[in-house]
Write a protein that binds this ligand. Sequence first.
Ligand code: PAF
Length: 281
Amino acid sequence: MRKIETIHDLRSGLAPARRAGRTIGLVPTMGALHEGHRSLMRIARQQCQEVVVSIFVNPTQFGPNEDYQRYPRPAEADLACCADERVDTVFMPSVEEMYPVGETTRVAVTRLTEGLCGRFRPGHFDGVTTVVAKLFNIVQPDRAYFGQKDAQQVVVIRQMVRDLCFPLEIVTCPIIREPDGLAMSSRNMYLSPADRKQALSLSGALRWAQQTIAAGQRDVAALVAEMREQIASSGRCRIDYVEIVDADSLVPKTTITGRCLIALAVHIGPARLIDNVVVEG
Ligand code: PAF
């Protein structure tokens, strides 16, 4: 496995594989790698001949009062994890490499970024699409792998790929959960033992909604009210949103019909946690 820090070296490093027609898979990450990331790497490893993992804590997707400074950066452990998953290349650029002095371009997907997390994290998705577009141009992968846990991010990136004609396939990989249901996230490491226990109310509320919909409930307002109540009664927290939207267009639903995304974002202790499930109406 090779570790590369510059765009120039990454391009020349991948040139022989590209010339040989080998399929290139990209797993974009911000590091602090966990089982969720490992699952993306494993799927990429199965489907591609060359696997590139990028590790870059992207400053432009954090708001001024968010956790950019304290976001975990365990570089050595991350490299060991990539080696363990038989990654070929780890791309770990500096902020200056990705955003050189004088850069002024942003990539913005409209409409799909207005609701859900976009409402509470202004500018977040512009940062995501800008850095992902740069990574696509730098690596030029055949496939790129993203986790369904960031459901809105996947919808937004798919739209960007369509709109900007990026010649690659987006592969969405399932959410990986702890045995007790908590969705894996780099931000789980901010949770105290008590916070972590309380955080189970998120996957618990989603599971309840899934079961209640399977039993015939179709009324979105009633489902959302009960989920909010379950989460709020678990302890001190701040709910950004609990919403049910169309899984592709992200337009809010009033009744459960078609593929619906049930998504939530909740602050527990120092962590802002997101989770979701997709149900069929
Ligand atoms: O999902 C993430 O970790 C980030 O948003 C991504 C896609 C690596 C862009 O910085």
